[in-house]
Design a protein around this ligand. Sequence first.
Ligand SMILES: *Cc1c(COP(=O)(O)O)cnc(C)c1O
Length: 406
Amino acid sequence: MSGGEESQWEQSGLRTKAIHAGEGIDPTTGASAPNLVMSTTFAMSQPGGFSISDFEGDDAPFIYSRWGNPTVRQLEEKLAVLENAQDCIAFASGMAATAGLLLGTLDSGDHLVISDTNYAGTAELVRQTLPRMGIQVSIVDTSDIQSVRCAMRDATKMLWIETPANPILRLSDIAELAEAAHEYGASLAVDSTFATPIATRPIELGADYVVHSLTKYIGGHGDALGGAVLGDKKSLTRLRNEALVHQGGVLSPFNAWLIARGAATLPLRMQAHEANALVIAEFLESHPRVTHINYPGLPSHPQHELAKRQMANFSGMISFQTSQGNELAHRMAQELDIIHYAVSLGHHRSLICWIATDDIMASTFQLPDRQLEAYRSFAGDGLFRLSVGLEDPEDLCRDLDRVLAG
Ligand SMILES: *Cc1c(COP(=O)(O)O)cnc(C)c1O
């Protein structure tokens, strides 16, 4: 994106940016809505080389859709404006973005410090694949700055956090961690999928990279997988070559088009997700069957003050525990009328799923059995993760209440 485009949006609010950034009236047809360009190849006006390096730069023509596609580029520009980032790379999924950033940045001998609570795919990739590549990993509670500082070494190249973190909705303080990472010459990467740029813009707080699963809130309708990495122009130009063009996990133009259409209403949807989630969270907190609830927007959340500081919107993710766990999960899968018992999140439809404690431990923490037992007796067995959708909140409460009471 050119500097000119950045300043074009300086005066605009998020709703205007979400609708107009990256788009424009088609100069040939006058079409008001963005075109969907499915072409994989583009006719050249003169013969050229066959290396991406021949076609770098903002004004480079489109050559081949793995190197760049006009519809995908429009989405990248929209997301860069929303995150206030210099550039954005779209990927085929959130995991392609995560793997692209980690494997495209870390070399053998480098050290990564990562939060002990992550999306399961991220945790598994870091635990299984990175060590095989000779990358050292330290897993710490990134909500505790002292633990992070203790884990940093000379070889530390990246600090990776997810905030709010799946599924316990624990926050990490981005500004504080950016400062600590930079002191050690490391970069800070933030998986901001649960927050979205409407709640938190990590780059404005000092982070170097932002990662999104576009499959969730940004796409918002549960019909397109996608992912993105955002950051400064120089780092992303190198990353685009290595992690996108050569590893090849590019976003389909059709998905880019769907996700851009979803992103246009992101600010309005996030307002509605938050308003609904607050109603449901209060309902669950006062429900006799619910033993514990995590929602950053409730004063009972242990980091509610940080949430108020760091999140302009508390988002729509709630997790809670009941005394019944597994048995109630079975009933929910059978008996919920409106809420779908399904994984994923951030859609207009409400989604709920139960995560057994063993699965939480296997995918997030790495605790020895003794600690696992201690955790289980402290926190109970399993956790319900509820992605509050955009339905009428009374209907959602009624749906939950009927199954909870059963
Ligand atoms: C879903 C998710 C991912 C992975 O994204 P996909 O699009 O499913 O590949 C990564 N991080 C978080 C926080 C997620 O919720």
